[in-house]
Design a binder for this molecule. Structure first.
Ligand SMILES: [Zn+2]
Length: 294
């Protein structure tokens, strides 16, 4: 059997760019907290160069504020990086312990290439249904932007993550435009059920198809095919402990339909960028840039 092919350029919807000093702190935490030596210790410019050389364009990155008072500095940095790299899109940082969270968010969402906010609840340690977040969720919906959630129990859980908590947000806001990172790891079935119940939900593949971790995703190919319009390729680059190609090859080895690979690696990402990045013409010219696999 010949392996399916990928689009000529693929979109990575889950890249992490941080200021150099914070990148170093995160790489240390990966070792101390999870015993994971990060493979690609690349600072942001080197990350983008590496991805560009490996056929990734455009790149969608995120970062998050691990505690109060950090979001402002991170977002000032995000604005500079977006200026420096015109082909880049961002999920910006916020934290509900910051009194100015909402006013900061209002301003940031005016930037055409800020697609919304990243919430990393394992690190940020608040509930997704924390009522302080409701005004932010409502603002994101009003502005036609999106949220990227790390809200699953992988690689480890705590009080604030898990499908039961996330479901409460969706019960309150059934059309919340959100992406669940890591296919909802490790509760694939519960998050898979939410994906099928809530039409504005997407998932990204990061960390879930790495053979070195046992290619943990455990729902069948039917699930992937059925939901091929709402799955995005993402890598978690550079904070990964195995080569990013391993995950791509694992996905290819599943032998899914050409439509699956075309959509997951490119078309779905282009559609979301077209929806949330308001500077792009919403015409078919964006979509015609995608080359579907033969
Ligand atoms: Zn991540």
């Amino acid at each position: 059997m010949t392996l399916p092919t990928l689009p000529e350029k693929i979109i990575d919807f889950h890249v992490h760019l941080f200021p150099d000093r914070l990148s170093e702190a995160i790489w240390k935490r990966f070792v101390s907290d999870y015993g994971w030596p990060v493979l690609h210790r690349l600072y942001y410019r080197d990350c983008l160069a590496y991805l560009g050389e490996h056929g990734v364009a455009p790149v969608v990155y995120s970062n998050y504020a691990h505690r109060r008072g950090v979001a402002k500095e991170l977002n000032d940095w995000n604005l500079k990086v977006l200026d420096e790299f015109p082909g880049l899109y961002c999920f910006a940082a916020c934290h509900p312990d910051d009194e100015d969270m909402l006013s900061m968010a209002e301003k940031l969402l005016e930037h055409p290439r800020i697609l919304g906010f990243k919430l990393q609840l394992l690190v940020q340690r608040f509930y997704p249904h924390d009522p302080r977040m409701n005004p932010l969720y409502e603002l994101v919906m009003e502005r036609d932007k999106r949220l990227l959630f790390h809200v699953g129990t992988g690689p480890v859980g705590n009080d604030f993550v898990g499908a039961v908590h996330f479901q409460k947000v969706l019960e309150r806001y059934p059309v919340l435009p959100a992406i669940v990172a890591h296919m909802g790891a490790l509760e694939y079935e519960a998050f898979g059920g939410l994906l099928e119940a809530y039409p504005n939900l997407y998932m990204d593949t990061s960390f879930s198809f790495l053979p070195g971790l046992g290619a943990m995703f455990n729902l069948d190919s039917d699930f992937l095919e059925r939901n091929q319009d709402r799955i995005l390729y993402g890598s978690d680059f550079p904070n990964i402990i195995f080569p990013r190609e391993d995950e791509i090859n694992q996905l290819l080895s599943l032998g899914l339909s050409p439509a699956f690979y075309g959509k997951v690696f490119r078309e779905n990402g282009l559609r979301l960028i077209g929806q949330h990045a308001h500077d792009l013409p919403k015409s078919s010219s964006i979509l015609s840039m995608s080359s579907s696999p033969k």
